[in-house]
Design a protein around this ligand. Structure first.
Ligand code: IPE
Ligand code: IPE
Ligand code: MG
Length: 240
């Protein structure tokens, strides 16, 4: 399969992270949840830099799920403002660090100013050749699969694809992630043992690393520890 994850190197080619625990981090300190999101953005900055240094090729960050729209409007508004501010203020750093920005999800659901900013940063960094940073925004794994099926059906109806040819590789090419290999390592912070609708198709053979550390406290040493644990795992892909 073209999206086959890497098997031999100790540094994962693609890391996917469920950045969870901002609210709990703030609560522990008697601060508003939004303060957790603000400090969480500093973790993003540090982890992006560390992944670039370590030679990770792809980093997918779950920043806002399809389900997160259910949160109070005030929190959603703050998250969108933080995203816009992050993109605006960090794009020069991404240029310096040779980071190429991408995004997956139902991006048209984001406020217009966020979409504009996002597309500007994507465009500006499009020629960079270092780490590819993929932000999952208004992203849901089930929604992605549904969108993929719609796209497949359209291809069949237009005569571009024979339905008998549909297999895993073909389907992968109709997902938002069609340009990226599947993640090798999935990290979830703050201890929750669930996927929360993240990359349902792509994580089928990823190694999972779940830590109690809350996202605002997850920094370079914690990332290195996750990679160390990953490097000790034996990946079999169904073989012996
Ligand atoms: C993750 O932290 C950030 C987003 C989901 C946007 P949470 O906001 O989910 O923090 P907890 O889980 O309530 O601690
Ligand atoms: C998953 O975290 C989504 C993101 C990190 C963006 P949630 O906090 O939304 O997940 P649940 O509600 O604990 O499953
Ligand atoms: Mg959470």
């Amino acid at each position: 399969m073209s999206a086959q994850p890497s098997t031999t190197t100790s540094v994962p080619r693609h890391i996917a992270i469920i950045m969870d625990g901002n609210g709990r981090w703030a609560k522990e300190r008697g601060l508003p949840r939004t303060e957790g999101h603000r400090i969480g953005a500093q973790s993003v900055e540090e982890i992006v830099e560390a992944c670039g240094e370590l030679g990770v090729e792809f980093l997918t960050l779950y920043a806002f799920s399809s389900e997160n729209w259910k949160r109070p409007k005030r929190e959603v508004d703050t998250l969108m403002k933080l995203l816009e501010h992050f993109l605006k203020s960090k794009t020069p750093k991404m240029m310096k660090q040779n980071v190429r920005l991408q995004a997956i999800g139902r991006l048209h659901d984001l406020p217009q100013s966020c979409q504009d900013r996002l597309h500007k940063s994507i465009e500006q960094t499009s020629q960079n050749t270092g780490l590819t940073l993929i932000l999952a925004l208004s992203y849901g794994g089930r929604e992605e699969i549904i969108d993929g099926i719609k796209s497949l059906v359209e291809s069949v109806e237009k005569g571009h694809l024979d339905s008998g040819m549909i297999n895993g590789d073909v389907f992968s090419k109709h997902l938002y992630t069609r340009y990226y290999p599947d993640p090798d390592l999935m990290i979830r912070t703050s201890g929750e043992m669930r996927l929360s609708n993240f990359l349902l198709w792509q994580l089928s053979y990823a190694e999972f690393y779940i830590t109690e550390v809350l996202w605002p406290d997850f920094r370079k040493p914690q990332l290195i520890e996750a990679i160390r644990v990953y490097a000790e795992r034996e990946r079999r892909f169904g073989g012996v």
